[in-house]
Design a protein around this ligand. Structure first.
Ligand SMILES: C[S@@+](CC[C@H](N)C(=O)[O-])C[C@H]1O[C@@H](n2cnc3c(N)ncnc32)[C@H](O)[C@@H]1O
Ligand code: SF4
Length: 490
């Protein structure tokens, strides 16, 4: 057990997030009476703030790292930020010596590393300065710096210039044929909730009508449309048709740049449903294997086989879908690098336009989390090999990294990367990650994000998660959004 003693500050949350990159076996303390102690002390002397981290074993100091910053003429907010970063840096340096672990994102524990690159570019800094800043300030590895910069460069051609009148629209379909063991998304099991699909679709259409008024009142223009979930194709073909028809009837979708539907699970896809999507000019669909190993699909509760994925993919191609994404997850139960390679090889044969590579996250309300003691999670070093392999295959498939994010509780605190062929990047995904555009979101469990770029402020408005509650309280979901928008107009 490593005991952590913070002196003259109480940044427990930030420090915990950092320490978790090295070990989960730690506790905070207020004294030195333990075999292993990491102490961080903060001192202020005139305009200088000093952070000292020391590692003791049996009362003897083994490692020390000291850094200071001059805060003359800086405002309180800036001082707070710089102090926090300095504390994390000195702790990181000491932990590096104690654990000798490769932590590629350095002290960065936030979920959107590329956002930092965008902010620095917005402030007028050049790439050389940014590389140096990311390396010296956050201790990010050269390889990850290159990745973040490559993605930022690609994203900027889609995101800038920022137009506050443009928004994206998200429609949530919170049903799934079964719940996958790792998942915490809104995924109401069809067996129990399937009978609510029709009523849900009707209520959703009510919310579409309401959101259409809100969009008109505020002179917003929809840039991208995204139907996700859950699994949108868990609706019957007739219901899918009704919902999409209503979207086109109620909203002005003339100028949209992209229309994505997560077809997701092959066991929900039929020719009829794909024909409905085609009829409505859906431009991008996702057919998600997660793994191309039958044994894993069974263990994660997917309820379909590898062959179903291949058949669905080919059926979609035959129907003319020319922009198909596939999602995979690295670190699934009992998968090693060879199994991941099999997945990638099979995907390579299918040749999708984009591939999204997730690193398993142990989500709070997932079956995985509930039964975590029965699983042996992939070791960090193995995870790195899997990520490297997926990068290699993406390159071979002609796919470039175009968006990236990290999640809390991810194995090794690594990253999720979206790869796409040139011209097939999903604008919706990039806008969601970089948060420079508002996202209006409807349906159960949908969370709208109102972005106020000038004020560097984001407000979230949540719809209720529970489908039955949503059906009862659809009007209230619209009132919530109206209220938030009104607050900011007056
Ligand atoms: C909202 S889910 C919907 C996808 C669709 N229902 C399906 O299962 O194919 C989007 C993607 O997030 C990823 N995902 C979900 N839970 C995850 C977890 N705990 N760790 C890593 N990736 C996860 C999966 O790759 C999934 O395809
Ligand atoms: S991964 Fe997809 S199908 Fe599985 S439970 Fe989550 S949303 Fe549903």
């Amino acid at each position: 057990m490593l005991y952590i003693n913070l002196i003259n500050h109480d940044l427990k949350y930030e420090v915990s997030e950092l320490i978790k990159l090295f070990t989960n076996n730690f506790e905070f303390c207020t004294e030195k009476n333990f075999a292993r102690v990491l102490e961080n002390r903060l001192l202020t002397h005139n305009d200088t703030i000093i952070s000292t981290s020391r590692y003791y074993t049996n009362y003897e100091m083994v490692f020390e790292e000291k850094q200071s910053i001059n805060v003359k003429d800086l405002d309180e907010e800036k001082i707070k930020k710089l102090t926090k970063e300095m504390i994390k840096r000195t702790i990181y340096k000491v932990l590096q010596k104690v654990y000798n672990t490769y932590v590629p994102w350095g002290i960065l524990t936030g979920i959107r590393p590329v956002k930092i690159v965008h902010s620095l570019l917005d402030e007028g800094y050049n790439y050389d300065y940014i590389k140096k800043y990311l390396s010296e300030n956050y201790y990010i590895s050269d390889e990850k710096i290159e990745l973040a910069i490559e993605i930022a460069k690609r994203e900027r051609t889609f995101i800038y210039p920022i137009d506050e009148n443009k928004i994206s629209l998200y429609v949530s379909i919170p049903f799934c044929p079964t719940r996958c063991y790792y998942c915490s998304f809104p995924a109401n099991h069809l067996k129990t909730y399937g009978h609510l699909r029709e009523e849900y679709s009707n209520k959703l259409i009510e919310e579409i009508k309401g959101i259409s008024e809100i969009i008109k009142e505020n002179n917003k223009e929809i840039e991208t449309l995204y139907i996700g979930g859950g699994t949108p194709t868990a609706l019957e073909a007739k219901e899918l048709d009704l919902v999409i028809t209503s979207l086109f009837k109620e909203l002005n979708l003339e100028n949209i740049k992209e229309f994505t539907v997560e077809a997701g699970r092959p066991d929900t896809i039929t020719k009829e449903k794909l024909q409905v999507l085609k009829k409505h000019n859906v431009s991008r669909i996702s057919i998600n294997p997660q793994s191309m190993n039958d044994i894993t699909l069974e263990k994660i509760g997917r309820g379909h086989k590898v062959q179903d994925i291949i058949d669905c993919f080919n059926m979609a191609r035959d129907l003319g879908f020319d922009n198909i994404n596939m999602d995979i997850i690295l670190g699934l139960v009992d998968e090693d690098v060879f199994m991941v390679e099999n997945t990638l090889k099979q995907i390579q044969k299918l040749n999708p336009e984009s591939l999204t590579v997730h690193t398993l996250a142990v989500k709070r309300s997932s079956t995985l989390k509930e039964n975590i003691e029965n699983y042996e999670l992939t070791q960090y070093e193995e995870m790195i090999k899997m990520i490297d392999l997926s990068m290699e295959y993406a390159k071979k498939m002609g796919l470039n990294p175009y968006y990236m994010y990290r999640q809390k509780h991810m194995l090794g605190n690594l990253e999720n990367i979206g790869y796409a062929k040139e011209g097939y990047e999903c604008i919706y995904n990039m806008q969601i990650m970089e948060e420079k555009q508002s996202n209006y979101a409807i349906g159960a469990g949908a969370i709208s994000k109102f972005v106020y770029v000038d004020e560097d402020r984001i407000e979230r408005v949540e719809n209720v998660k529970n489908v039955e509650q949503y059906i009862e309280r659809t009007d209230e979901m619209l009132v919530r959004k109206r209220k938030e928008i009104k607050k900011n107009v007056n």
